[in-house]
Design a protein around this ligand. Structure first.
Ligand code: IMP
Length: 189
């Protein structure tokens, strides 16, 4: 079996020349997600919860955290495209895939990968509020400290990170690197 790893690094060889330092490893991700799942389970006991995963970046996070929440829950997905460059969103958001389920009697929990300027999440929160669910809260795996251009209410945060472009565990650069098991800085030059 060839695991395509080089030496003792767990970075697959296809990614080695572009990746900088490790930011969050697989074990720490697992621990944090299980802790978030326990918190969410306590907070939503007895309530109808709908997880709304934001594609594509939150796909792994959605898959993992949903299995750490010990409640009957529903899952739905939205896909948004944010205009901008490969590393900066402009805040102008277009919905590429809308929800399939009705929100009127649900407590919505947005499952998001990363907040940078916060413009994408702010748009999504408003969009979902406008559908009149019972409540809207957000669970975000990563927040870039101090970068937000808008005031945001994020109830559950996995990790606060510094202002660097990161990839792995669902996060991409030009659609590549999503399938790395851990999160790394990307060398942009
Ligand atoms: P915001 O609107 O500036 O908060 O950007 C949010 C979106 O930009 C995220 O949902 C990601 O798709 C993308 N993004 C922001 N920072 C990063 C990063 O460091 N790595 C990968 N994608 C990022």
């Amino acid at each position: 079996m060839n695991l395509d790893n080089n030496g003792d690094s767990d970075i697959p060889s296809f990614a080695q020349n572009r990746l900088g330092s490790l930011v969050i490893d697989e074990n720490l991700l697992t621990k944090k997600i299980s802790q978030l799942g326990r918190e969410i389970t306590q907070d939503y006991l007895g309530r109808k919860i709908l997880l709304v995963g934001v594609l594509k970046g939150a796909a792994y996070f959605m898959s993992d955290i949903s299995r750490q929440i010990s409640l009957p829950l529903q899952m739905d997905y939205m896909a948004v495209a944010s205009y901008g460059t490969a590393t900066k969103s402009s805040g102008v958001v277009r919905i590429v895939k809308d929800l399939d389920l009705d929100l009127s009697d649900k407590h919505v929990l947005i499952i998001e990968d990363i907040v940078d300027s916060g413009l994408t999440l702010s748009y999504l929160q408003k969009y979902l509020y406008a559908k009149h669910p019972l409540s809207v809260e957000t669970c975000c795996l990563l927040v870039k400290t101090g970068n937000q251009k808008v005031d945001l209410d994020i109830k559950y945060i996995g990790f606060e990170i510094t202002n660097e472009f990161v990839v792995g565990y669902g996060l991409d650069y030009n659609e590549i690197y999503r399938n790395l098991k851990s999160i790394y800085k990307l060398n942009l030059d």
